[in-house]
Design a protein around this ligand. Sequence first.
Ligand SMILES: [Zn+2]
Length: 430
Amino acid sequence: MLDLLITHATLADGRRDMSIAVQDGKIAEVAPGLDASAHETVDAQGQLLSAPFVDAHFHLDATLSYGLPRVNASGTLLEGIALWGELKPLLTAEALIERALAYGDWAVSQGLLAIRTHVDTSDPSLLPVEALLEARRLMAPYLDLQIVAFPQDGVLRTPGGLDSLTRALDLGVDVVGGIPHFERSQAQGAESVRLLCELAAQRGLPVDMHCDESDDPLSRHVETLAFETQRLGLHGRVTGSHLTSMHSMDNYYVSKLIALMAESRLNVIANPLINITLQGRHDTYPKRRGMTRVPELMAAGLTVAFGQDCVMDPWYSLGSGDMLDVAHMGLHVAQMTSQEGMRQCFEAVTSHPAHIMGLDRFGIAPGKEASFVLLQARSAAEALRLRATRLRVYRRGRLLAQTPASTTRLDLPGRPAETSRIAQDRTGAL
Ligand SMILES: [Zn+2]
């Protein structure tokens, strides 16, 4: 007797009428038209069953703090960093944990079951670090959390910055972070990349740096990150987040840089909602989009994910933990509107970030963890178009969240009343 059987599901790769058998928290079988008895059987009615959403770039210590102690008037990255500096002395561990848990609830309800969050290590008290370690412990039964030691004000620019970051790692933080473009000079930025990659190599940890989050076409920290990755043999373990400078770089230089990145198997995380709102702020017209070169990096064989980065914090007043919203923006900014491009954008919020976070137990295949999301959509492209309702969210075979299907009742003059799924009923399987 199976624990759970899902029937008539469509998968993100386009396979239809599939059954998924679940036993002991794992996927036992994936096949068309399975007939087996189970404690619970769910007829998916042709809707999309997807691997969970994964966000490989977030700031859980800042989330849901919008308006504290004031709003970001200019909306710029630098005012956001200054505002975060004003907020930090006012933070308490209790409030940080409470906001992190509230966001975790939003995430699970949206089928977002794994988050890599950066935590600011600049303050020697490490209060945000201890708060997020506690949040990780409290959420472990329902959400995978990875924590990155992130020296927001620059590991070399902050007095004692390297010591604070190292102590955060000693406390159990999972990943080494950095922000080379925020150091005082290009040389200091390069020095910070070298130091932090060496620290990660010594400790056997992954690296995930905010790298060249600027519009400066001459910034060269991505090159340094790729070089240090190759020099220290960290292939596949290092991630560059943002890389927005690549948008503005000379095309000849980028043709060399992407080959260096591929050689060191650098992972890439773009943050479309944040990049499109924070970059190009000094431009008049035309305004640059600022997001890194996503389709070109994917074509070179690099793993590229889309992250949420911010939700209602000093940098961004919007967001809801909906990774389809993130992928929808990424698709538009990168002009990835082909069928293949849309599929890649869906993977950029599911399988790609799972790969970056080392979560190879995620996926709809035998032997994988039985964590998945049933969406009110009949394809990945339709899920993106509608930012589809998450009907059911499972983790390790256990139902964690349910949302009723979205329907509309129409009472139009001269026509019989009807209830329908307006935007979905017209489209068939596209
Ligand atoms: Zn970030």
